[in-house]
Ligand binder design. Sequence first.
Ligand code: AMP
Length: 192
Amino acid sequence: MGFEKTTAESFAICVFCGSRLGHDADWASIASATGHAIAQRQWRLVYGAGRWGLMGTVAQAALESGAHVTGIIPEYLIKIEPVLPGIHHLEIVQTMIERKMRMMTLSDAFLVLPGGIGTLEELFEVWTGLQTHAHDKPVVLVNVKGYYDALLGFIKKATQEGFLTPSQKDRLVVTASVQEALDCFEAFVPRP
Ligand code: AMP
C-alpha cells in the first residue's frame, strides 16, 4: 500500500463524523467550530464530500474560513449523500474501500467527531491501520459531552480481557474537546 504524502502542501486533517446532525444542537456547533479551527490553523480538510449532517457542517465552516477542502466519495453514494458545493477538490471513487484508502493517503492525521456506524467504521479502519502498519498517522477521538463513553468502556474491557494490548489501545488518542485534539496534532505539523 503506498501512502505518498505531500510534504509540500499544508497539513491535511481528515475528519470523520455523522452524515446526520443528531438531536442535540451542540453537535452542529462543535462541527462548525472544528471547521473554523482547521482553517485558522491553516490546515487542509479531507472528508467524505457530503453536504448534509455534521460532515457538511464541518466542511462548510472550513470553506467559509478559507481552508482548502478535499472531498472523496464513491460514485454510487452521491445520490444518497449529495456533494457539498464549493469544495476545492472532489475525488469520485468506485468503492468505500477506495475512499478510505484515498483518505489515508491524502491526510496527515485523523479526527473523529460524533457520528453513526459509518463514522465508527472509519474510526476502526484508521485505528486498526496503525496496528497493521498500513499508516503511522495520529488518530484522535473527540469524546465531547461523553458521546463515546460507552465505546471507551468497551475498549477498556477488551484491553482487560487481553484482546487489545495497552500500547495499541493508547494509539487511539482520546480528548474531551476539539481544541485539545487539534493541539495534539500540532506536534506532527512539519515546521520550515
Ligand atoms: P454515519 O456516521 O453513519 O452518518 O456515516 C458517516 C460517513 O461514513 C458517511 O460519509 C458514510 O458514507 C460513511 N460510511 C458509511 N458506511 C461506510 C463504510 N462501510 N466504509 C466507509 N465509510 C462509510
